[in-house]
Ligand binder design. Structure first.
Ligand code: CA
Length: 224
Protein backbone atom coordinates (compact mmCIF):
# COMPACT_ATOMS: atom_id res chain seq x y z
CA UNK A 1 0.00 0.00 0.00
CA UNK A 2 1.43 3.34 -1.08
CA UNK A 3 0.38 6.25 1.07
CA UNK A 4 0.79 9.91 0.20
CA UNK A 5 1.02 11.92 3.41
CA UNK A 6 0.33 15.62 2.81
CA UNK A 7 1.36 17.26 6.08
CA UNK A 8 3.54 20.30 6.71
CA UNK A 9 4.23 19.61 10.40
CA UNK A 10 7.62 17.87 10.14
CA UNK A 11 7.49 16.30 13.62
CA UNK A 12 4.04 14.84 13.08
CA UNK A 13 4.92 13.72 9.53
CA UNK A 14 8.10 11.96 10.74
CA UNK A 15 6.16 10.18 13.48
CA UNK A 16 3.50 9.04 11.03
CA UNK A 17 6.01 7.89 8.43
CA UNK A 18 7.90 5.95 11.09
CA UNK A 19 4.82 4.24 12.53
CA UNK A 20 3.16 3.44 9.21
CA UNK A 21 6.41 2.21 7.63
CA UNK A 22 6.86 -0.17 10.56
CA UNK A 23 3.41 -1.55 9.79
CA UNK A 24 4.45 -2.31 6.23
CA UNK A 25 3.05 0.72 4.42
CA UNK A 26 5.13 2.67 1.98
CA UNK A 27 4.76 6.34 2.87
CA UNK A 28 5.80 9.37 0.82
CA UNK A 29 5.61 12.73 2.53
CA UNK A 30 4.66 16.05 0.90
CA UNK A 31 4.98 19.28 2.91
CA UNK A 32 2.87 21.39 0.55
CA UNK A 33 -0.12 21.09 -1.73
CA UNK A 34 1.99 21.93 -4.74
CA UNK A 35 4.48 19.19 -4.07
CA UNK A 36 1.65 16.74 -3.42
CA UNK A 37 0.15 17.52 -6.83
CA UNK A 38 3.54 16.99 -8.43
CA UNK A 39 3.89 13.60 -6.70
CA UNK A 40 0.38 12.55 -7.72
CA UNK A 41 1.23 13.16 -11.35
CA UNK A 42 4.48 11.24 -11.14
CA UNK A 43 3.58 8.32 -8.90
CA UNK A 44 0.90 5.87 -8.05
CA UNK A 45 -0.71 5.98 -4.60
CA UNK A 46 -3.44 3.94 -2.94
CA UNK A 47 -4.45 6.27 -0.11
CA UNK A 48 -3.99 9.95 0.74
CA UNK A 49 -3.71 11.39 4.24
CA UNK A 50 -4.41 15.10 3.94
CA UNK A 51 -3.77 17.86 6.48
CA UNK A 52 -6.09 20.83 5.96
CA UNK A 53 -3.74 23.57 7.16
CA UNK A 54 -1.09 23.59 4.44
CA UNK A 55 1.32 26.48 3.77
CA UNK A 56 0.37 27.07 0.12
CA UNK A 57 -3.24 25.94 -0.26
CA UNK A 58 -6.22 25.20 1.95
CA UNK A 59 -6.55 21.43 2.25
CA UNK A 60 -10.25 21.61 1.44
CA UNK A 61 -9.49 23.48 -1.79
CA UNK A 62 -6.87 20.88 -2.69
CA UNK A 63 -9.36 18.12 -1.92
CA UNK A 64 -11.93 19.75 -4.21
CA UNK A 65 -9.33 20.07 -6.97
CA UNK A 66 -8.28 16.44 -6.66
CA UNK A 67 -11.86 15.21 -6.79
CA UNK A 68 -12.66 17.46 -9.77
CA UNK A 69 -9.72 15.84 -11.56
CA UNK A 70 -11.56 12.56 -10.99
CA UNK A 71 -8.96 11.31 -8.55
CA UNK A 72 -10.74 8.38 -6.95
CA UNK A 73 -8.26 7.48 -4.20
CA UNK A 74 -9.53 7.18 -0.65
CA UNK A 75 -8.64 10.32 1.31
CA UNK A 76 -8.41 10.64 5.08
CA UNK A 77 -8.39 14.21 6.38
CA UNK A 78 -6.22 15.16 9.32
CA UNK A 79 -6.79 18.49 10.92
CA UNK A 80 -6.59 20.66 14.01
CA UNK A 81 -9.92 22.22 13.04
CA UNK A 82 -12.61 20.48 14.99
CA UNK A 83 -15.60 22.60 14.13
CA UNK A 84 -18.48 20.73 12.67
CA UNK A 85 -18.65 22.89 9.52
CA UNK A 86 -15.14 21.90 8.44
CA UNK A 87 -15.88 18.30 9.15
CA UNK A 88 -19.09 18.36 7.10
CA UNK A 89 -17.37 20.37 4.36
CA UNK A 90 -14.52 17.83 4.21
CA UNK A 91 -16.90 14.93 3.78
CA UNK A 92 -18.97 16.90 1.25
CA UNK A 93 -15.86 17.61 -0.81
CA UNK A 94 -15.17 13.92 -1.05
CA UNK A 95 -13.09 12.90 1.95
CA UNK A 96 -13.63 9.34 3.11
CA UNK A 97 -12.73 9.82 6.76
CA UNK A 98 -11.78 12.62 9.11
CA UNK A 99 -9.54 12.77 12.17
CA UNK A 100 -9.05 15.69 14.51
CA UNK A 101 -5.64 16.50 15.97
CA UNK A 102 -4.38 15.55 18.45
CA UNK A 103 -5.00 11.88 17.80
CA UNK A 104 -3.52 8.56 18.79
CA UNK A 105 -1.34 6.98 16.10
CA UNK A 106 -2.96 3.65 16.86
CA UNK A 107 -6.40 5.03 16.07
CA UNK A 108 -5.17 6.52 12.81
CA UNK A 109 -3.74 3.16 11.82
CA UNK A 110 -6.99 1.34 12.58
CA UNK A 111 -9.01 3.93 10.64
CA UNK A 112 -6.59 3.64 7.75
CA UNK A 113 -6.94 -0.13 7.70
CA UNK A 114 -10.74 0.19 7.73
CA UNK A 115 -10.59 2.69 4.87
CA UNK A 116 -8.37 0.41 2.78
CA UNK A 117 -10.67 -2.51 3.51
CA UNK A 118 -13.73 -0.51 2.45
CA UNK A 119 -12.12 0.73 -0.74
CA UNK A 120 -10.11 -2.26 -1.86
CA UNK A 121 -11.28 -5.40 -0.15
CA UNK A 122 -14.96 -5.12 0.74
CA UNK A 123 -15.29 -6.70 4.18
CA UNK A 124 -12.65 -9.24 3.39
CA UNK A 125 -8.99 -8.39 3.96
CA UNK A 126 -7.87 -10.99 1.49
CA UNK A 127 -7.45 -10.97 -2.25
CA UNK A 128 -7.25 -14.39 -3.81
CA UNK A 129 -6.08 -15.51 -7.19
CA UNK A 130 -5.29 -19.07 -8.14
CA UNK A 131 -3.80 -20.56 -4.97
CA UNK A 132 -2.30 -17.25 -3.89
CA UNK A 133 -3.77 -15.18 -1.11
CA UNK A 134 -2.82 -11.61 -0.22
CA UNK A 135 -3.71 -10.30 3.23
CA UNK A 136 -4.08 -6.57 2.58
CA UNK A 137 -3.70 -5.81 6.29
CA UNK A 138 -0.46 -7.65 6.96
CA UNK A 139 0.79 -7.49 3.32
CA UNK A 140 1.64 -11.17 3.57
CA UNK A 141 1.26 -13.34 0.50
CA UNK A 142 0.56 -17.01 0.99
CA UNK A 143 0.64 -19.84 -1.51
CA UNK A 144 -1.32 -22.97 -0.53
CA UNK A 145 -1.49 -21.53 2.97
CA UNK A 146 2.28 -21.18 3.34
CA UNK A 147 4.05 -17.85 3.41
CA UNK A 148 5.59 -17.18 0.00
CA UNK A 149 9.18 -16.02 0.42
CA UNK A 150 10.01 -13.27 -2.04
CA UNK A 151 12.48 -10.41 -2.15
CA UNK A 152 11.08 -7.07 -0.98
CA UNK A 153 10.74 -5.80 -4.55
CA UNK A 154 9.14 -9.01 -5.81
CA UNK A 155 6.68 -8.97 -2.92
CA UNK A 156 5.79 -5.36 -3.62
CA UNK A 157 5.31 -6.05 -7.31
CA UNK A 158 3.12 -9.07 -6.65
CA UNK A 159 1.03 -7.17 -4.08
CA UNK A 160 0.54 -4.38 -6.60
CA UNK A 161 -0.51 -6.80 -9.35
CA UNK A 162 -2.88 -8.61 -6.99
CA UNK A 163 -4.48 -5.34 -5.94
CA UNK A 164 -5.06 -4.63 -9.63
CA UNK A 165 -6.16 -8.20 -10.41
CA UNK A 166 -7.80 -8.51 -13.77
CA UNK A 167 -6.72 -5.00 -14.80
CA UNK A 168 -3.99 -4.12 -17.23
CA UNK A 169 -1.07 -2.52 -15.41
CA UNK A 170 1.28 -0.47 -17.56
CA UNK A 171 5.03 -0.55 -17.13
CA UNK A 172 5.18 3.10 -16.11
CA UNK A 173 2.99 2.47 -13.11
CA UNK A 174 5.15 -0.48 -12.09
CA UNK A 175 8.29 1.63 -12.58
CA UNK A 176 6.88 4.33 -10.31
CA UNK A 177 5.65 1.83 -7.79
CA UNK A 178 9.02 0.16 -7.44
CA UNK A 179 10.99 3.40 -7.61
CA UNK A 180 13.64 4.07 -5.03
CA UNK A 181 14.53 7.62 -3.97
CA UNK A 182 12.24 8.96 -6.68
CA UNK A 183 14.19 7.18 -9.44
CA UNK A 184 11.83 5.12 -11.56
CA UNK A 185 12.93 1.57 -12.25
CA UNK A 186 14.35 0.88 -15.72
CA UNK A 187 12.29 -1.19 -18.18
CA UNK A 188 14.75 -4.07 -18.27
CA UNK A 189 14.80 -4.24 -14.47
CA UNK A 190 11.01 -4.56 -14.47
CA UNK A 191 11.28 -7.38 -16.99
CA UNK A 192 13.73 -9.17 -14.69
CA UNK A 193 11.35 -8.89 -11.72
CA UNK A 194 8.39 -10.03 -13.83
CA UNK A 195 10.39 -12.98 -15.11
CA UNK A 196 11.39 -14.06 -11.58
CA UNK A 197 7.90 -13.59 -10.26
CA UNK A 198 6.38 -15.61 -13.08
CA UNK A 199 8.50 -18.59 -12.16
CA UNK A 200 7.48 -18.30 -8.50
CA UNK A 201 3.72 -17.98 -8.99
CA UNK A 202 2.97 -20.17 -12.01
CA UNK A 203 3.02 -23.35 -9.90
CA UNK A 204 0.14 -21.82 -7.93
CA UNK A 205 -2.09 -21.28 -10.94
CA UNK A 206 -1.39 -17.59 -11.53
CA UNK A 207 0.20 -16.16 -14.63
CA UNK A 208 1.44 -12.72 -15.61
CA UNK A 209 0.32 -12.10 -19.16
CA UNK A 210 2.34 -9.62 -21.23
CA UNK A 211 0.18 -7.31 -23.32
CA UNK A 212 2.73 -6.15 -25.84
CA UNK A 213 3.43 -2.45 -25.76
CA UNK A 214 0.87 -1.90 -23.00
CA UNK A 215 1.84 -3.74 -19.85
CA UNK A 216 0.98 -6.76 -17.75
CA UNK A 217 -2.11 -8.54 -16.55
CA UNK A 218 -2.32 -10.95 -13.63
CA UNK A 219 -4.64 -13.84 -14.41
CA UNK A 220 -5.78 -17.26 -13.31
CA UNK A 221 -3.98 -19.90 -15.32
CA UNK A 222 -7.29 -21.69 -15.99
CA UNK A 223 -8.51 -18.79 -18.10
CA UNK A 224 -5.80 -19.25 -20.69
CA1 CA B 1 -0.62 21.93 8.96
Amino acid sequence: MNILLIEDDAVLADGLIHTLSNSGYRVTGAISGNYAEHLLQAQDFDVIILDLGLPDIDGLVLLRQLRSQKLALPILILTARDNINDRVEGIMQGADDYMTKPFELRELEVRLQALIRRCYGGFNHNIEMGRLLLDTQTHQIKADGELLTLSAREAELLEFLLLQSGKLVCKDRIAQRLSSDGEALADNAIEVYIHRLRKRIEPYGVIIRTVRGLGYLLENKNYE
